[in-house]
Design a protein around this ligand. Structure first.
Ligand code: COA
Length: 221
């Protein structure tokens, strides 16, 4: 971990770099977490998101709310005593690159998730509730509230130094399926794109054509 942070800092002196791990979970490896009774999950509506945007919570803004509608994202919120203490977003089909980006310096990497597969993004738990399995509760809620024909698998990307998320995700049954990276050198964006992932078994495909409909793909801008 220390070595990784040191390497990251050194790399960021040469160029701006966003390196992520690609993680995959499906119903075969999903492990139900133990969650405290006080954590109650529900789907959030556009109105919930507008309320969060009005108080600038979880970094939700108007543009985000528009994309929520346009791309038919799903949002799950975890509540404790009716207060929203964590959120996750799930998108299927086309997920624009801006929702898989390391911040304003980057263009991001777009994701195509076929039917039955969702891309998980914008995971955030209020600092005072971290370490209490709020993130696992929301992901478990997604699996439990959707039929297998609707949700079979989840793919996500996470900063390769984010050990808290990696730990949380691994415990749920996520497996690493590669790396994605975006480097910015003097205004030029260079990408390391992960290989396509077979949705049926989560295996990396060494080769996939544009006609293959059963794979998760990653695209640079
Ligand atoms: C990563 C994150 C979503 C995990 O959510 P969570 O509900 O705390 O997840 P878990 O309860 O499963 O805890 C996972 C690990 O987080 C770490 N953790 C525990 N308490 C913590 C705290 N107060 N602050 C930060 N990390 C903590 C621990 O390593 C824990 O594993 P452990 O219990 O085996 O020691 C949450 O820390 C968070 O919102 N972080 C900031 C945003 C972020 O990184 N989002 C993910 C982007 S991909």
């Amino acid at each position: 971990m220390l070595l990784k942070s040191f390497f990251y800092k050194a790399l960021n002196k040469v160029c701006t770099a966003d390196i992520t791990r690609v993680l995959f979970l499906d119903r075969r490896t999903f492990t139900r977490p133990e969650v405290g009774e006080e954590i109650v999950c529900r789907y959030l509506t556009k109105e919930d998101l507008e309320t969060l945007a009005s108080v600038n919570r979880f970094g939700i803004n108007e543009t985000f709310v528009k994309d929520f509608e346009k791309y038919r994202f799903l949002c799950i919120g975890a509540t404790v005593n009716s207060e929203i203490v964590g959120i996750i977003f799930l998108g299927s089909g086309t997920i624009p690159a801006r929702h898989n980006s390391g911040g304003p310096a980057y263009h991001g990497i777009g994701v195509e998730a076929p039917k039955g597969c969702f891309y998980l993004f914008k995971v955030d738990v209020l600092p005072e509730f971290r370490g209490r399995r709020v993130n696992p509760a929301m992901i478990a809620f997604a699996f439990e509230s959707m039929r297998p024909s609707m949700l079979q698998s989840i793919v996500t990307t996470t900063d390769w130094t984010n050990e808290a998320f990696f730990k949380s995700a691994s415990r749920l049954g996520f497996f690493q399926r590669g790396h994605a990276a975006e480097f910015v050198f003097a205004g030029t964006h260079l990408y390391h794109l992960p290989k396509a992932i077979d949705v049926a078994n989560g295996k990396v495909r060494s080769y996939a054509t544009d006609q293959d409909k059963d794979v998760i793909r990653f695209k640079g801008e």
